[in-house]
Design a protein around this ligand. Structure first.
Ligand code: G3P
Length: 216
């Protein structure tokens, strides 16, 4: 399972990149709006210059033609951009058209197997299933991820499944067990994935024991 960062924060992306395990970044208009700038293009271009992998960038308009036109514009900003298109009827039509133009689409705001299946049939490169938001309303988001992975494998669909709206490290464990191709995680959750109190205790003990001997 690949790990993407789910953020538009440049500092977090730079810090994450140093670890050498970040394969891509997903953003959305809410995340970019938190960065205190109205210059969408500048933020996107900077992210694309830090991480060479796929960078998902969402359209900011509704309607088939406006989405297609904006997707064409945004994808001209950098070669590694993937366009996020919402799982609506207009979004599906736009996804089909963009896929024919070889523009990569992340079919986003998916909450069901049916939405994901339609996105894959339209030629989306990725589908994003929002696990945390499904959990929020009493569903089991990761069960849906598991079902999508199984169905895509059964029908040999090349579309990759992104477990999105990840809220805590246990979501990452469950996404990996469900067979998600990618989990896109907030920076805080990425750091939590690495933490274990026994590792900290172990490091302190190893260093302490060695210092004890080397001082003799
Ligand atoms: O990748 C989608 C993600 O940004 C949504 O997360 O926490 O707003 O549901 P959240």
């Amino acid at each position: 399972m690949q790990i993407y960062l789910d953020t538009a924060n440049i500092d977090q992306i730079r810090e994450g990149a140093k670890l050498g395990i970040i394969s891509g970044v997903t953003t959305n208009p809410s995340l970019v709006s938190q960065e205190g700038t109205a210059d969408y293009e500048a933020v996107v271009r900077e992210i694309c210059s830090i991480i060479p992998g796929p960078i998902s960038v969402e359209v900011l308009v509704e309607g088939v033609e406006p989405m297609i036109e904006q997707a064409q514009l945004i994808s001209s900003w950098a070669p590694n951009i993937v366009i996020k298109i919402p799982a609506t009827s207009d979004g599906l039509e736009a996804t089909s058209a963009l896929a024919k133009e070889k523009i990569k689409v992340n079919f986003t705001l998916c909450f069901s197997l049916n939405q994901a299946l339609l996105g894959a049939l339209a030629g989306a490169t990725y589908v994003s299933l929002f696990v945390g938001r499904l959990d929020d309303i009493g569903h089991d988001g990761m069960e849906v991820v598991k079902d999508i992975v199984e169905v895509f494998a059964h029908y040999k669909l090349a579309t990759e499944v992104i477990a999105a709206s990840i809220r805590h490290p246990e979501h990452c464990v469950a996404a990996a067990k469900a067979g998600a191709h990618i989990a896109t995680v907030p920076y805080k959750v990425l750091m939590q994935m690495l933490q274990h109190p026994l590792t900290d205790v172990g490091v302190a003990r190893f260093i302490g024991d060695w210092q004890g001997v080397s001082r003799k």
